[in-house]
Design a protein around this ligand. Sequence first.
Ligand code: UD1
Length: 315
Amino acid sequence: MQKIIVTGGTGYIGSHVVVDLITKGYQPIIIDNLSNSERSVLEGIKKITDKDVEFADIDLCDREATLSFFEQHRDSIGVIHFAALKSVGESVEKPLKYYRNNLDSLINILQGMESYNIPNLIFSSSCTVYGEPDALPVTELSAIKPATSPYGHTKQMGEEIIMNFLKSNSNVKAISLRYFNPIGAHDSAYIGELPTGVPSNLMPYITQTAIGKRECLSVFGDDYKTHDGTALRDYIHVCDLADAHTMALEKIIGDSNSKNYDTYNLGVGTGYSVLDVIKSFERSTDQKLNYKIAPRRAGDVSAIYADNTKATKEL
Ligand code: UD1
């Protein structure tokens, strides 16, 4: 069975990808420091797949521990790298934490791949690399504009570091997947979006408000130039996103003619406003949500959604 190292595999997207990989016959090995996830996710994965997944509680910023893990798993055919800090607002307040964590960890992973000849990488990137776009929808050829947050900048720098790395490691291939806004959960509900502490993303904040765990949802800004003044995003189901990771991996493993580096937008191609999402949630659950309009959040763009033609055609 082919082994794949999954960093951040107990996290929201990572855990769904682990399930997808197992279902498709791969053997994922998880490395995660549980900084924004719980060990109990492993039980959820087991309930769905009936498999125990190997798990290492390691901080990828710890170079020695990371390299020793890679040495131990040098027979892996690839790495899917999710582990990163991802809160746009927090990154504006604590930029050094974001640069330190997201870049040190990536550099240690690439070092591990180089030292132990692991030839394939799928990198968790983000539509945030496009900054505030000039035209919508964005394609993979849209300009990489200045990042609106340190979080976004770490994703832009991450892509560049990988491209430079590939120039001196011609045996390695990589794909950066630029996610729009993943939401939802596995059908079984054994895994889902379970951030520790106060959620910073919209959907878990909505669901936690609905169950009474949070008092009131703040809608960040109603003065954007959109149909109702609230910001537009492209919300994609996390299982579709997970499926796309396995497809991307299979493309670089199985297609000897594939480029050594490529990027794909992963979104559905439609922009919905924050109020659209709230109303849709209220309609489908038949429950009123307690929300208020609040000031804009630092680092947010007004509107972004994907042109997903390339992923649809090539993956
Ligand atoms: C951003 C990135 C996305 C990345 C994600 C990781 C951009 C354009 N997108 O998503 O690629 O995967 O971070 O965290 O940078 N909102 C509220 N109230 C809340 C929470 C959110 O109104 O309590 C609003 C936000 O202002 C935004 C929308 O809901 O307009 C979605 O926010 P969120 O779920 O945090 O994701 P993004 O910031 O869009």
